[in-house]
Design a protein around this ligand. Structure first.
Ligand SMILES: CC(C)(COP(=O)(O)OP(=O)(O)OC[C@H]1O[C@@H](n2cnc3c(N)ncnc32)[C@H](O)[C@@H]1OP(=O)(O)O)[C@@H](O)C(=O)NCCC(=O)NCCS
Length: 123
């Protein structure tokens, strides 16, 4: 599996996954977790001392085994290396796995926007 396929199964509402992820690979900072093939990825952007997590995904058959935590720990360590003060992101309120993951990493909700919740964490 490659990151476009993982993106496709993780974010089924993205209309043209090939174009979308090809663009993210050009414009974002995409880190890929590899272990016998691609397991998942992180995609984030940096703006001055803030980091926006654009996406995090683990391939479906590898979920629930701690890879999401590894990716989040990596994000925090990269954020510190960048000297970032704040990380923020949004997710669907109905996405229980993501909401629980972010909360367990010390992110707190600060805004609701339709079906989405924005989270932030200061470093
Ligand atoms: C969100 C996602 C990245 C989590 O990855 P994962 O590898 O399954 O997560 P982990 O196994 O490391 O679990 C880490 C923590 O997340 C939470 N979590 C993970 N799956 C969960 C689930 N199905 N329900 C509730 N909480 C869950 C738990 O707090 C868990 O910690 P615990 O095992 O100590 O209880 C994964 O579910 C995914 O790729 N989802 C599709 C894409 C997506 O929704 N991304 C987020 C929006 S951008």
């Amino acid at each position: 599996m490659d990151i476009i396929e993982i993106g496709e199964e993780s974010f089924p509402y993205i209309k043209d996954p090939y174009m979308f992820f090809a663009r993210r690979l050009r414009e974002g900072n995409v880190f890929v977790l590899i272990e016998d093939g691609v397991i998942g990825f992180l995609d984030f952007t940096v703006d001055r001392n803030e980091i926006k997590l654009e996406g995090i995904a683990v391939r479906r058959d590898k979920r629930g085994k701690g890879y999401g935590k590894i990716l989040m720990e990596f994000l925090l360590s990269i954020a510190r290396q960048f000297g970032a003060r704040r990380i923020y992101l949004m997710t669907l309120e109905t996405n229980e796995a993501a909401n629980t993951l972010y909360t367990s990493f010390g992110f707190t909700p600060y805004k609701r926007e339709g079906p989405f919740i924005w989270y932030e964490r200061y470093l």
